[in-house]
Design a protein around this ligand. Sequence first.
Ligand SMILES: [Ca+2]
Ligand SMILES: [Ca+2]
Length: 414
Amino acid sequence: MKASVLSLAVLLSLGTALPAQAWNTLSGDAPIVIGHRGASGYRPEHTLEAYSLAIAQGANFIEPDLVMTKDGELLARHEPLLARVDLNADGSIKLVNGAPVLNRTDSSTNVWELSKYANRLTVKTVDGQKVGGWFAEDFTAAEIRSDIRAQERLRDLRTGNNSYNNQFVIPTLQDVIDLAKAKSIETGRTIGIYPETKHPTYFKNFTDANGLKRMEDKLVETLHANYGNDRNAPVFIQSFEVGNLQYINGKTDIRIAQLLNGSGRPFDDNRSYAELASAAGLDFIKSYADGVGSNTNLMIALANGKLGAPTQLIANAHQRGLIVHGWTFRAENAFLPNEFDSSADPAAFGDLTGQIKAFVDLGMDGFFTDQPDLGVAAVAAIAAVPEPQSYALMLAGLAGMGAWVRRRKQHKAG
Ligand SMILES: [Ca+2]
Ligand SMILES: [Ca+2]
């Protein structure tokens, strides 16, 4: 924020204008809003329609997760599974009345309804876990383009979105970049992209076995062709694994965010995510990344379903010059900490602004949300409320004050 250069006289001349919010982010700028899988609260995730809506709602970045096709194309999908089915305890496909049972929270396309692909239903091991379904890497990009259409993944919660089923194609990374660039021109805003490499070890095994370019090389090559090898490109690359981000860091100046989950560990690293979120872990992450994409629980742990005490993660990251982008902020009561719930209806919206404010107050630099309109509104609402010390300064009549005291409470950036 450039509020620091505004004198009180200028503020008063604006009549009703209030002092701008001093943000606790590393840059001092307002936190960025990242459309998580697009505006996935309102449209089937990872479609051009979901990304377009996120942009129309004011998102600064849109997030494509990336998997691979049989012919090595990068495809926007949350999992290699285009649709998932339930397994028996022995790892075989569960059948009821002779038919597979659709997983109702992990199926994001119509492939399970297409008889021509019934024989591609299979069981594989992904990151040590057996999963059954139809896998993107068993289909060519042309097959997916012609036959596969998106469906609402949370089909029993976001029931209104089922009306969009079977209409939207599954975009490639290049489709998403083309959209972001066209919308940047159209809106006059810079629309960034935040691609995530999904299951890097799994896909490296796939590309090695099939003589294909590895996912990271294809990604960097595509990004450089579209944005140049530029640290200031409107792009962050993210991953839950470590080794592939170190590899990418050796190939590009484009910014990198290490994802940190609320439990467990990266598939390719023996340290837990909790260890990586510690001061020593952040020292390590700083050697190859520009920031972290953190599960909300690593910033403020839940206690009995409500927000508990904040951790030092954001302060420790900022002290090291690392930004922190939080995930995932969702408006439905099913996902909100319980003090922000509006009712017992899991699908009804609660007070997402209240949840976001708790993390923005700590200095979170940006956040992934399924409802970018509400994320943008939350940032605006937080910005519209001046800090108490701002009032005090105004009332004291400190005309001509030159510097706005930034509100960072704990650590100054080193
Ligand atoms: Ca993601
Ligand atoms: Ca809740």
